[in-house]
Design a binder for this molecule. Sequence first.
Ligand code: NAP
Length: 457
Amino acid sequence: MTEPSSIEVIDPATNETVTTVALASAEETDAAVARARAAQPAWSARPPGERAALLRAFAAEIDTHLDELAELEVRNAGHPITQARAEAAQARDVLAYFAGAPERNSGKQIPTPGGWSVTFAEPLGVVGVIVPWNFPMPILTWGAAPALAAGNTVVVKPAELTPLTAVRLGELARAAGLPEGVLQVVPGTGAVAGERLVRHPDVAKIAFTGSTSVGKRIMAACAEDMKRVTLELGGKSANIVFADADLERAAAAAPYGVFDNAGQDCCARSRLLVQRSVFDRFMELMEPAVAGVAVGDPWNTGTEMGPLISAAHRDRVASYVPDGAPVAMRGSVPDGPGFWFPPTVLAPVSPADPAVTDEIFGPVVAVLPFDTEEEAVRIANTTDTGLSGSIWTRDVGRALRVSRGVAAGNLSVNSHSAVRHWTPFGGVKQSGIGRELGPDALDAFTETKTVFVADDT
Ligand code: NAP
C-alpha cells in the first residue's frame, strides 16, 4: 500500500478542511535525524547559561504568540478556546520551568579512597518525541523541553491529525534563536515517520505518549538496539466517592473529572465508584452538573466541551453506547456538522461491560456502586492500567490508605487535579514506564557517567 504524501486537516467542530499538510517520508525523517545528530555536539557544548537563555527566549516567543497558537488548536483539534489558551500557556510554562535546568544539571562527588569519583549527567544524543492528538502542545513540550535542557537535540513527530501547533512551535523555536537542527518537527504518519524514528540507529531515545497498544510495539522495537524509552500510555482511572465526602462538591466536580477535552484525556476518571449508601443521593446531585456542562461552539469563551477529534473516533465512542445501553444521564450537543457526542453517564453497568473495562477516550462514564473501602480499592485496581484517579472523603486516614492502595501514578484527594509541570507525572502497570515533568525529569534524558581521578598522579 502506498502511503499518502499529505493529509487534509479537518476542523472537528465543522467538518471543514482547514489546510493540507505534507507528510514526511522515511527519507525526510532520516534527513531530520541527520541534522539533529550534526547539531547535537555544539548544542550540548554550549554553556548551560546560554542553553537556559535560549529556552527562556522560546518560552517568551510562545507567550507572544499565545492567542495564535490557541486559535490554531481550536481549528485543528476543536478544543474550546479557553482550554486551548491554557494549553498554550502550559507549553510556555514547561519551557520556562526547564530553562532553569541546564544550570542545575549537576553530578555528584562521591568519597573514594585514592582519589575522587565524580558523576556527570551526560545527554543521550538525538531524542525522538512522538505525540498523540489529544493535547498536542503540552505533550510536545513535556518531552522536548527537558530533553533540550539536558543537551539533547530533538525530532518531534506530532499526531497526523494534529500537526498545526507542533509545526508552529518548531518555527517559534527557530525565531527564538535555537540553532538549526536542535528542535525539528516532522509531521508524518506513525507507520512511516514514527516507525523510522523508533528504528533509526542514530536516535538514542524515544519519549512516546499514546495508546498502550502502540506503546507496546514501540517498546519492543526499541529493544532491538537498546534505545532508551519512556512511555506515557492510556488509562481507565477511577473516581471513588465515599459516603462521608462533601457530596455536593464531589457531584458538581465529577463531570469535569471525565468530560474535560470531551473525555479525550489519558487521566479521564471514566469509572465512577460511589458508596452504595449514598448512591441515589449522589446521582440526584450529579444530574444538574451533567446537564450544565457547556457543550458547543469552541470559539465561545464559556464553552467547556467541544467535539471529538474525528468522525471515526466518534463512531468508536458511540459503539460503547449501543441502543438499549443503560443511559442514566445525557448532556446536550449542538445540531449541525462536526463530530459531537454528548456527555453520557451509564448506570447501572455490569463490571464486565466494555464501557467499564476499555479506555473509551470519549465523554462516557460508567457508575458502579461499592460497599466497603476494600471493595472500592479492589474495583479501582481491576484494570491493567494505572494512570490517575480521585478519592473523595473527609476522613484523612481513609484518604491516605486508599491513595496508597490504588495502583496509579497520580491521585487527587477531594479534587480532580490536572497535570502540573513541576510535579512528576506518569503511570504504573500498562499506563507506561518512567515519569515526566517535575524536578527529576532530566534523569530520563541523561546517562550518569562516573569518573574516578587518582590523587597520586
Ligand atoms: P496512538 O494511536 O498510540 O498514537 C500516538 C502517536 O504515535 C501518534 O503520533 C501516532 O501517529 C504515533 N504512532 C502510531 N503508530 C506508530 C508506530 N508504529 N511507530 C511510531 N509511532 C506510531 O494514540 P492516540 O490515539 O494519538 O492518542 C490517544 C492515546 O494516548 C490514549 O490511549 C491516551 O490515553 C494516550 N495518552 C496518554 C497520555 C499520558 O501522558 N499517559 C497523555 C495523552 C494521551 P499517527 O497519528 O500517525 O497515528
